[in-house]
Ligand binder design. Sequence first.
Ligand SMILES: Cc1cc2nc3c(=O)[nH]c(=O)nc-3n(C[C@H](O)[C@H](O)[C@H](O)COP(=O)(O)O)c2cc1C
Length: 157
Amino acid sequence: MKPSLIEALQNITTGIYILTTGKGHETHGMIVSWVSQISFDPPLIMVAIRKNRPTHAMITRNKNFALSILKKEQKDLVGQFKLADTRNRFKGLKCVVAKTGVHIIGEALAYIDCELYQTIDVDDHTLFIGRMVDGDVLNKGYPLSVQEYGKIYLGYA
Ligand SMILES: Cc1cc2nc3c(=O)[nH]c(=O)nc-3n(C[C@H](O)[C@H](O)[C@H](O)COP(=O)(O)O)c2cc1C
């Protein structure tokens, strides 16, 4: 990717989210930032997941996902959800079961719970489109942005 394009991309503002998928004990989580609402009625949101990630196969199988929206003070959780031993990603966190059966992060700012609505193949990523079945604010605070975190996901990390 051209360096000037990378510099331009550093200026796209998104939040940072813990995406979870699965049911009960089978819940898996990863960090995502390529997220956007794409329809009002029905209420739809999309997340782009690189095809080689274990999470990709899991969303396809479980047909659900949730986004726990991180707060400004929760940069440490980004590192925790990079851990290779996926059992340690949820260590010390209070998980709550949402409507679709997926665990959400109780300490997060807010959450959005989705059932899988559609998938769109876009080369090295897949757009998972979720119908938002539930969501709420969980705690006081402000959302963590990719600029505040200091590193932008460019599609290959
Ligand atoms: C700030 C940040 C944002 C990220 N956003 C995405 C994203 O939107 N889509 C994606 O496929 N990977 C994204 N990643 C990379 C994944 O979180 C990372 O590769 C993770 O290990 C994948 O989890 P898994 O191997 O359990 O599937 C992001 C990473 C960081 C640090």
